[in-house]
Design a protein around this ligand. Sequence first.
Ligand SMILES: Cc1cc2nc3c(=O)[nH]c(=O)nc-3n(C[C@H](O)[C@H](O)[C@H](O)COP(=O)(O)O)c2cc1C
Length: 248
Amino acid sequence: MISIDDMKRRHQFRFMTDKVPDKKIIDKIIKDALKLTPIKNNTWYFYIDIYGPEYAEEKKKFCLQTACHIPEKNYDYIYYQYSQGMPREKHIQEDLLPILDEYYKTAERSPGLPAFNTQVLAPYLIAFKIKKSHYEYHSTMVNMIAAGKGEVFAEDEDIKSMNAVWPGASMFAYVMSVLANKEGLDASFCQCFWRSNYNYNSIYNNETDEVLFFLSIGYGDKEKSEKHISPKDRANNIVNMEDVIKWM
Ligand SMILES: Cc1cc2nc3c(=O)[nH]c(=O)nc-3n(C[C@H](O)[C@H](O)[C@H](O)COP(=O)(O)O)c2cc1C
């Protein structure tokens, strides 16, 4: 039985320890989540790819593309230099790897340097991806808009199906996270990542841009993660109910 206390146990961990969970438990969590998650029309508009501990090196490369908390709002440093084809982009590994190593070791950002979403280094990293075959029309539309070809109208049905991707994937991920907790594991999300043409890795790159978000499973490193966000900061982050809940 999953109780409210199990749900309270769930937290976002920025850091996981090196301890590797049993693959059989991960498999069980996924199979149980399949049975427990409501999915519109029982149609899977998304799929998941699971990267186990053997992908440690690839995860580290991908982690460079999760650089965040850029000091003094100097977004050019990351988002332009490393993701938009500027001259430094081809040096992404040379520039960012030492910064990532230091951040991972200390769990603290050095002055003037970014942090990283190091939860993606967890022993099990699960990519939630859109099934593009369902959405040829939609992806054409998105590409046209991105190419500045003006407003494009989608059929209602396309939009409705497209809207089913997120609830399904999110519910599945949430159910997985609570089941992971029930097994004594921790689960963290990541949707902060950006593209790079010069950081090829088998987890995220330009050619297979189908990733919605990631779910990491492992054993949370509480001490290191609390350097990123303290329990006090977490408590202050609770949303104001009146801003988001309206009784009609
Ligand atoms: C879809 C999704 C994506 C998220 N992406 C990130 C992320 O990229 N980086 C991060 O630090 N937290 C991420 N989070 C975690 C939320 O910020 C976190 O759940 C929230 O701050 C509440 O903290 P708690 O989960 O510990 O209660 C994500 C959560 C969800 C549901």
